[in-house]
Design a protein around this ligand. Sequence first.
Ligand SMILES: [Zn+2]
Length: 213
Amino acid sequence: MLKKIRTLLLNANYQPRAVIPVERAFALWFEDEKLGAGIGKIDIVLTAAEVHSGEIPEQSRFWRSPSSSFPVPLVVALRKMRSPLFDLNNTSVGTPNLRGLMKRDRNRCLYCLREEHEFESGNYFTMDHIVPRYRFRNPADAHHYQNLALSCLSCNLKKGGRTPEEAGMTLHGIPLEPTRQELVAHDLLECQKVFVTWCREGGPVPEGLGAAA
Ligand SMILES: [Zn+2]
């Protein structure tokens, strides 16, 4: 079973670029089914069969079709360089979204400072417009990181259509525009760290990285 396996995609210069589902890695490798494997857009750098093979179940190390068997790729590299992840000229962080806010505000409600595991049931993270949208002539102007706070639903409801001051609530932290690195690089660097440690020290495959049960 290949489900849950994720593959680290490197750029042509071997800098990490993304973590992709293993099915996508196979698609990039085959490129064109008629032409066969190994002529696609990537080279396979490391397969599950090569790493701590004893600890990865057999069915997770090889992908079998009725006629052939392929080692499951854990790390693949693009043959042609794609634009680097950290283009110094590109500082855009894109449209704010909940995932971005969770990273910036470190998974805490900026009002009650609770993390998700401390929530009562039915409570969850939302995006709070610090100055409510209806106060802007163009509501789209309200939707930028400097006017957004990660807020749990109950704090968001309590605040309602008011500013924190009007609602008598304290905003813990200054809502800054996050950097691109904060939003994009964090996950990749974490993944790379986990991967390198695992290659060095062995042990069970880390969650979210390679083969799962
Ligand atoms: Zn809260």
